[in-house]
Structure formats: C-alpha cells, structure tokens
Design a protein around this ligand. Structure first.
Ligand code: SAH
Length: 251
C-alpha cells in the first residue's frame, strides 16, 4: 500500500460543477476529508469502504485547526492508502491547499492535484462576467480577511484601478470596504454581492460600492458570498431576458 494524497476541487456549490477527474478520485478514495464549502452530495461518489471525515465548521463551533487537518491527512494516508481532500471551489484559491500538499510531501507522501471551478468563476451564473471588452481589462481577486484582521494593502491598490475587484471572505468587512472605495473616488462604481453562487440558493444584490453594507442588509445576504466591484456588474442586459441558475439548467 502506497500512501497518497489527492487534493481536489469540489466546484462552487452546484454538484454538477465538478470535474470528471475529481469524481474518479472520489470513487478511488480510501478516505475523504471534506469541509463546509464542498457540497456533501458529492460524497455519494465514494465507495462503501471509504471513510468520510468532516473537518469544517458546525454551527458556531470553531472549525478544526489547519494543523490537525494536516496531521490527519498524513495519519490516514499511512493507515489506509489513498486520501482525497475535497475542498470548495479551487483548492489553490484561498483554500490552503499548498499547506496541505507541502505537509504531506515533507512526510514522504505522493500528492496529486485536481483543479476545481472556483466560486469566482460562478459569478457568470449570476450574470456577472469577470472581464468585458471596454468595461474591464482584468480582475483582482483579494481576500477581505487577512490572518491579523487587517484589510489587505492590495485592496487599496485595486480600488484605484478600473479592473474588476472580487473580494472573498469579506462579508464582515463591508463598511470598511465601502469606505475604502469611497476614499479612492470610486464609491459610485457598480457593486454586487452574490451569495451561494451557482446553487439553487443563489441570491444577488446590486448597487454601488459605497453602499455595500446596505446592499447586504436590504437583500438579506450573508456567507458564503462574493463581493464584486466594477462596471461588469451591469454588463449583461436583464430587461427582457432571465438568467437561469446553473443548478436549474438541466433539471
Ligand atoms: N477555494 C474557494 C474559496 C475558499 S475561501 C473557491 O475557489 O471558491 C471561502 C470564500 O469563498 C467564502 O467566504 C466566499 O467569499 C467564497 N465562496 C465560496 N463558495 C461560494 C459560493 N458558492 N458563493 C459565493 N461565495 C462563495
């Protein structure tokens, strides 16, 4: 038996937005460790002998620490063989996937990586393209939640550019983000908050960057949600046409 770790992306939430390669990894897993943002419906691909371990947050309890997850991966790989780590979106986009891979490699475990569709790509399912000729030459993807509690300096730089700005893990920082854009003279830039992008529970609120807290409040939006600031928010016409949620397309 050879210990092995495969880190796979679960996609943004709609269980059909996972890759074939990730499904095959789940089918071959001896152990799966998954967290809150990965849709648990995906665990149905696991074989009956597979051990399934939840390592995310439950209710208001703290999630299990990154150190404990790293140790668990190694322990299970030596005990049972093929460990699959299932993470929401893409594991290398704010997923700490690199930490898990390095920890396993340092302990002699072979690793593989299967990219996932990130929640940022699911913004299209909310009618928001990330780039648009004439509107936005590119996009920044920034965390709203640094380990020390401060706002990233990159957010200040991003606020000065005309590119699309996408903020993950930023829902508890809405007033500060709104203020930062207002200070940069970009308070009137279109903005949106998208909760549960790609799923049947998707909710969207739109307005202006300076009003981000009000957008969340009036549309009752909470985590998991993405904040998008940029003209792309209004790039698609919505007068006569309705955007189907991706989870509804084939159902
Ligand atoms: N690796 C993930 C991101 C993990 S960080 C990815 O590639 O998508 C966690 C943050 O991702 C959440 O706080 C939220 O901002 C965002 N997120 C993840 N799934 C989401 C979804 N379905 N809808 C909106 N935001 C989501």
């Amino acid at each position: 038996m050879k210990p092995k770790l495969t880190l796979i992306g679960a996609g943004p939430g709609d269980p059909e937005l996972i890759t074939l390669k990730a499904v095959k990894a789940l089918q071959k897993a001896d152990v799966v460790l998954y967290d809150a943002l990965a849709n648990s419906v995906l665990l149905e691909y696991c074989s009956p002998h597979c051990e399934i371990i939840y390592v995310g947050k439950r209710g208001h309890t703290r999630s299990i620490s990154q150190d404990s997850i790293n140790f668990l991966i190694v322990e299970k790989a030596y005990e049972k063989g093929h460990v699959v780590r299932l993470k929401g979106g893409d594991p290398f986009i704010f997923g700490r996937g690199n930490e898990e891979i390095n920890f396993a490699r340092e302990r002699g475990i072979e690793t593989a990586f299967v990219p996932g569709i990130s929640s940022i790509q699911a913004l299209g399912a909310a009618d928001i393209p990330l780039t648009s000729r004439g509107f936005s030459d590119g996009f920044w993807v920034i965390t709203g939640h640094k380990a020390d509690g401060s706002l990233s300096k990159d957010l200040e730089l991003a606020a000065q550019s005309t590119a699309t700005v996408i903020i993950l893990m930023g829902m508890s920082r809405l007033p500060r983000i709104a203020e930062l854009f207002a200070k940069a003279g970009r308070g009137s830039t279109p903005a949106a908050i998208v909760q549960n992008a790609s799923t049947v529970h998707q909710k969207v609120g739109k307005g202006l960057a300076k009003n981000l807290p009000q957008i969340a409040q009036s549309n009752n939006l909470s985590n998991p949600a993405l904040i998008v600031i940029g003209d792309v928010v209004n790039a698609l016409r919505s007068d006569k046409f309705t955007q189907l949620k991706s989870a509804e397309i084939y159902s």
